[in-house]
Design a protein around this ligand. Structure first.
Ligand SMILES: Nc1nc2c(ncn2[C@@H]2O[C@H](COP(=O)(O)OP(=O)(O)OP(=O)(O)O)[C@@H](O)[C@H]2O)c(=O)[nH]1
Ligand SMILES: [Mg+2]
Length: 344
């Protein structure tokens, strides 16, 4: 298949990877417990996701945690995703009775929609809501704390109240109430980002890691970079050759590393390529948005249906639960075989 204006003639159409990445440190389990303890005192839960991975940033665990509590889904980092995905995602979520909004914490107007949503509910019943409490949940690094700071800036003109950072796992415990509006009084609770204990699909895990949801030292940077290259080659509108100032587009990560290392001077003594430094540069370039707006999830009808069938209806099993289920299935098969033999 020809992409990149016909320069590249051989491009992978499929990316396969078997090994999944799991990251579920203790503060996440503790965070879930704190969320569950606070839920009764909360009027609205804002489930924050990443607009670059509208499906892969859904953590099915939140279905269990949030239960029947009133929920708004916010797709943050909308500045890094193509605008045309918004209508598709809205439609798909509407089919599942879920209202969604898209935000970018650097754009006040987009964040204001979130504040307006809370204010509308609060004003609708001031007796029931003498103060309106919102809990912000989501996977790590989707921008929960940044959203709170933006809401506070817009609502009461005050500075940063929650710590933020370009790596996942910055918020490690639930915050106390943060005031973001005087009238009606609206308070927010920041929470630690929560990952699935076990991500069944390895490519979903790669996408989450690539967008910064999993620590880089836990994921394999070479695999993340290879997947990124695969996606870039499938996006004819993105000219990564121009952005990276390399000679030739390629579908081979080793070839890309070899070209890029020379361009950025990532060479060790003796001229040997500094692979790690080059891979990190490539990943950073993507995460900074320099390649332009890119959605890593396929959003055609079939892909969306497949995703919801696989991961939403059946909450993923933990690694241990998965092992136990496989052992039980094996025992069952052996039992059936033994029975069949006896019958014969
Ligand atoms: N481009 C862009 N970057 C954003 C946006 N919102 C947040 N960020 C950046 O994303 C990174 C993570 O933001 P945080 O607010 O710390 O994310 P978090 O969800 O609180 O992360 P944890 O506390 O680790 O769970 C920071 O570098 C932010 O500057 C956004 O709308 N667009
Ligand atoms: Mg945070």
């Amino acid at each position: 298949m020809a992409v990149s204006k016909g320069i590249l003639s051989l491009t992978r159409t499929h990316f396969s990877y078997e090994k999944t990445i799991n990251w579920f440190p203790g503060h996440m389990a503790k965070g879930i417990k704190q969320m569950q303890d606070q839920l009764r005192a909360v009027d609205l839960v804002v489930e924050t996701r990443d607009a670059r991975i509208p499906l892969s940033s859904i953590n099915p665990q939140f279905e269990r945690i949030i239960g029947g509590k009133s929920r708004l889904v916010v797709y943050n980092k909308a500045d890094l995703a193509p605008a045309e995905i918004q209508s598709v995602v809205r439609q798909e979520m509407a089919k599942r009775n879920q209202k969604v909004i898209f935000t970018d914490t650097f754009s006040s107007s987009s964040v204001k929609q979130l504040l307006n949503h809370a204010v509308d509910i609060a004003k609708g019943d001031l007796v029931r809501y003498p103060q309106f409490s919102v809990m912000i949940v989501g996977m790590p690094n989707v921008g929960k704390s940044s959203l709170i700071n933006a809401l506070r800036r817009i609502g009461i003109g005050r500075g940063k109240a929650a710590s933020t950072g370009a790596k996942p796992g910055v918020t490690r415990a639930m915050s106390s109430k943060i005031k973001v509006l005087e009238s009606p009084p609206v308070y927010l609770l920041d929470t630690p980002g929560v990952m699935m204990p076990f991500i069944p699909d390895p490519v979903t895990a790669i996408k989450v890691a690539l967008t910064g949801g999993i620590k880089d030292n836990i994921a394999d940077e070479a695999i993340l970079a290879d997947y990124l290259l695969f996606r870039l080659n499938r996006c004819a509108h993105i000219d990564y050759k121009e952005v990276l100032k390399i000679e030739e587009p390629t579908d081979d990560i080793n070839c890309l590393v070899s070209q890029l290392s020379k361009k950025i001077g990532a060479l060790r003594q003796g001229g040997e390529i500094d692979v790690d430094k080059t891979l990190q540069f490539f990943l950073r370039t993507y995460r900074n948005g320099a390649f332009g707006k890119l959605c890593l999830d396929d959003l055609d009808q079939a892909a969306v249906e497949r995703f919801f069938c696989a991961s939403i209806q059946e909450p993923p099993l933990s690694k241990n639960q998965d092992k136990k289920a496989k052992r039980a299935a094996q025992r069952q098969r052996s039992l059936e075989k033994a029975k069949a033999k006896n019958l014969v």
